[in-house]
Design a protein around this ligand. Structure first.
Ligand SMILES: Cc1cc2nc3c(=O)[nH]c(=O)nc-3n(C[C@H](O)[C@H](O)[C@H](O)COP(=O)(O)OP(=O)(O)OC[C@H]3O[C@@H](n4cnc5c(N)ncnc54)[C@H](O)[C@@H]3O)c2cc1C
Length: 343
């Protein structure tokens, strides 16, 4: 029987450090425990929030329901030739999992080093960084249907992955609890060092044929120097997605801002950095009491201590309105607002 705590603060459980409470809180350590909890009549009608590392959410209210922290642990690897299939339970810490794979010489996710959170949340928004998205290596997601309590196996195609998107954020939003994820990695090293500053870091260290550990170390170094550490300043990484806009709008913006960075993503579509738009709109480094926009990263909203989720939500909404007024570009959230989720 799992232990259920009452009226506890969620501050230690979200990287924004927002001090909202939950009526009930529990941690599940096995699939059996999770099943028993969901079958229990006492909790059946109580709204539920599934929690991993709390690094991609903004708590906007106290939660009038039960927060279920997924603490399922376990790794299982099957090696055949150069192919390594690793099944990881949802509660494994993502970065520890990456380091485990790097130590074993299993290539594929080293560019995703130091992303906070747990394995179970990785497919939800198809985490990505430094030219790699987790969809590139996922072969299966096992997930529990919260209503029927049956386990469904999703293939990579079933997950309908997109840029920071998956079926778990759209069609099946709040309907499944991810139990485990299987990754297809390789002992044949495929280095991806072309993105961002990885090449510069390797060059500075005189590394011409990098190992996957060199790539992981370089990513850790770059991320540590660029992004605020949530242990020091509350944040949830990039608050908004980078918008894709049509080339007409892009050309229009370019007439006033010839330096606008852009990446073609399809016919008549370009992606532009949301951080660039926010900075040009004058929000970078803006501080409103205990919260604001980070001074070096315009895409990162921060809680310096004591901010309310609603205040940060309002700031995000003001930034969205201003960027739209100035550039005609709609910014979509990457961070999930937790208001009164009901599963
Ligand atoms: C400093 C910093 C840097 C970041 N950098 C990146 C980056 O480079 N790339 C990137 O993609 N993201 C980045 N993020 C965002 C975040 O780390 C990822 O989205 C991560 O996968 C979230 O994991 P989590 O376990 O903390 O999820 P949580 O915040 O706990 O949950 C996120 C959402 O998923 C749901 N959820 C969580 N676990 C499960 C489960 N087992 N089953 C079903 N639903 C679940 C929750 O209900 C919630 O809706 C960054 C965040 C921070 C703070």
């Amino acid at each position: 029987m799992v232990k259920v705590l009452e009226n506890i603060s969620l501050k230690p459980y979200n990287t924004f450090g927002i001090d909202q409470s939950t009526k009930y809180f529990t941690e599940v350590h096995s699939e059996q425990e999770l099943l028993e909890l969901l079958q229990n009549q006492q909790w059946k009608t109580v709204p539920k929030l599934i929690l991993g590392g709390g690094s991609n959410m903004l708590l906007c209210n106290d939660f009038e329901g039960m927060v279920i922290k997924i603490a399922l642990k376990g790794l299982q690897a099957t090696i055949s030739g150069s192919e390594v299939l690793v099944k990881a339970s949802a509660g494994e810490v993502w970065h520890d999992f990456v380091l485990h794979c790097v130590r074993n010489g299993w290539s594929g996710i080293e560019n995703l080093s130091l992303i906070p959170g747990c394995v179970g949340a990785a497919p939800i928004q198809n985490i990505g960084a430094y030219g790699v998205e987790v969809k590139d290596v996922i072969t299966e997601v096992r997930a529990l249907n919260i209503k029927t309590l049956s386990v469904k196996s999703f293939s990579n195609a079933d997950c309908m992955f997109g840029y920071r998107e998956s079926v778990f954020k759209s069609t099946y939003k709040d309907q499944f609890i991810v139990l485990s994820v299987t990754f297809k990695l390789s002992t044949e090293v495929k280095i991806n060092s072309s993105y961002g500053a990885i090449g510069d870091v390797l060059k500075a260290k005189n590394i011409s044929s990098p190992s996957i550990k060199d790539i992981s170390d370089a990513v850790i170094e770059i991320r540590s120097s660029k992004l605020p550490d949530p242990k020091e300043i509350g944040n949830a990484g990039s608050f908004f997605k980078n918008p894709e806009i049509d080339t007409h709008l892009y050309e229009k913006i370019k007439t006033s801002y010839p330096e606008i960075p852009s990446y073609p993503t399809g016919t008549n579509l370009v992606k532009i950095p949301a951080g660039w738009l926010i900075e040009k709109a004058g929000w970078k480094g803006k501080t409103l009491g205990s919260y604001g926009v980070h001074k070096n990263q315009a895409l990162v909203l921060v809680n310096y201590g004591g901010a309310k989720g609603k205040e940060i939500k309002q700031l995000a909404s003001d930034i969205q309105a201003d960027v739209f007024a100035k550039f005609g570009v709609v910014l979509h959230n990457e961070v999930n607002y937790i208001e009164s989720q009901s599963i």
